[in-house]
Ligand binder design. Structure first.
Ligand SMILES: NC(=O)c1ccc[n+]([C@@H]2O[C@H](COP(=O)([O-])OP(=O)(O)OC[C@H]3O[C@@H](n4cnc5c(N)ncnc54)[C@H](OP(=O)(O)O)[C@@H]3O)[C@@H](O)[C@H]2O)c1
Length: 325
């Protein structure tokens, strides 16, 4: 059952972020782009982590020139990050850590949905690799900056209502034996929620002032729905997606609200799940919600964590800091 604690929350309620550094993955398009605009309006320095630098620079230009509407007083930086390649994740993290001492908010937002089976550079099924494993590695590699940031810092991981139809197939994680594009998407989005909750439990154990929150946008009109049909060349599915987006979806700007609320509202607590609180949790102002029963399963979460460490080679530095002793 949705619970809106703030009434009609809007970006006007976001705090000033003048000394904040924020990383948004997938910042050139859709929800990541809208979130970037909102953070910049509040004065944040936003690192726009994009797999294609040209598209990133174009998005930055649109925000800076006000072409997309509104002005901003923050600053923007484009950095290359391909979540489908662990070498790229490592070099993004190295460059970020060289240039920045603090990280207030990490938005694990980028994603792909229901695409034909492809593999990442490291041989992972693409949706699991990009949506979950790439972000798992990125978060672990940036954890030192999150923990060194004075005050609370946050990790917000973008899931989807589709996680409710998912499970983790530990026997065939990369769907080599059989592949269904929607099943693989649902698995990757369940992995996002399991990861966000497990991270919070581990942060609590280490008594670190870093908060992990999961969110989902409901249904928003973005480029997400086009990628699958474009890759298969299915014009019928492409038109169906376009029609559904036009008739049923909320705007990308509204779809970004749960992520922005999760990233900035002081009342948000670690391990919560935020999504639109209106019609069928598909639209409306952000609210704290329940995710699927399976997403609260600690055994699955711990197993997924171990497998993710193994596959990515990234382990988290969750030793208690001296100040927490
Ligand atoms: N829109 C919805 O209704 C909806 C519903 C539920 C959940 N979501 C979630 O919301 C998130 C954002 O999606 P969106 O709707 O904003 O879609 P979008 O407009 O397609 O944006 C997705 C972003 O992810 C980036 N990306 C894709 N593969 C990447 C990779 N290998 N490395 C780095 N970045 C990569 C894309 O880059 P390019 O532009 O270069 O492709 C793009 O910037 C996703 O996690 C999605 O699962 C969306």
């Amino acid at each position: 059952m949705a619970r809106t604690r703030t009434g009609e929350w809007t970006t006007a309620q976001m705090p000033a972020m003048d000394d904040w550094t924020v990383v948004v993955t997938g910042a050139n398009s859709g929800l990541g782009y809208e979130a970037t605009r909102a953070f910049a309006r509040k004065g944040a320095h936003v690192v726009m982590a994009c797999r294609n630098e040209e598209r990133g620079e174009d998005a930055k230009r649109r925000i800076r020139t006000g072409e997309a509407g509104g002005s901003h007083r923050g600053s923007l930086e484009v950095a290359e990050l391909d979540l489908a390649d662990l070498a790229s994740v490592r070099s993004f993290a190295d460059e970020f850590r060289d240039a920045h001492d603090e990280l207030h908010v990490l938005c694990n937002n980028a994603g792909v949905m229901a695409i034909p089976r492809r593999e990442t550079a490291d041989g992972f099924e693409m949706q699991f690799g990009v949506n979950h494993l790439g972000h798992f590695a990125l978060t672990g590699l940036l954890l030192d900056r999150l923990r060194e940031t004075p005050g609370e810092s946050r990790v917000v991981t973008q899931s989807s209502g589709a996680h409710e139809r998912g499970d983790i197939d530990f026997e065939d994680l990369h769907h080599e034996q059989s592949y269904d594009e929607w099943e693989a998407y649902a698995q990757s989005k369940l992995a996002n929620v399991l990861f966000a909750y497990e991270l919070q439990r581990r942060l609590d154990d280490a008594e670190l002032d870093v908060t992990s929150v999961a969110c989902h946008p409901g249904y928003a009109a973005t480029n997400l729905q086009r990628r699958g049909p474009e890759m298969t060349g299915s014009t019928v599915r492409l038109w169906a997606m376009k029609a559904a987006n036009a008739l049923l979806a909320q705007s990308a700007e509204d779809g970004a609200l749960p992520l922005l609320y999760a990233a900035s509202a002081p009342e948000i607590e670690g391990g919560e799940y935020v999504g639109p609180g209106g019609l069928m949790n598909m639209r409306g102002p952000p609210a704290v919600q329940q995710s699927s029963d399976v997403s609260y399963d600690r055994e699955r979460a711990e197993r997924l964590w171990a497998v993710s460490e193994d596959l990515t080679g990234v382990t988290y530095d969750l030793e208690r800091s001296m100040t927490a002793e």
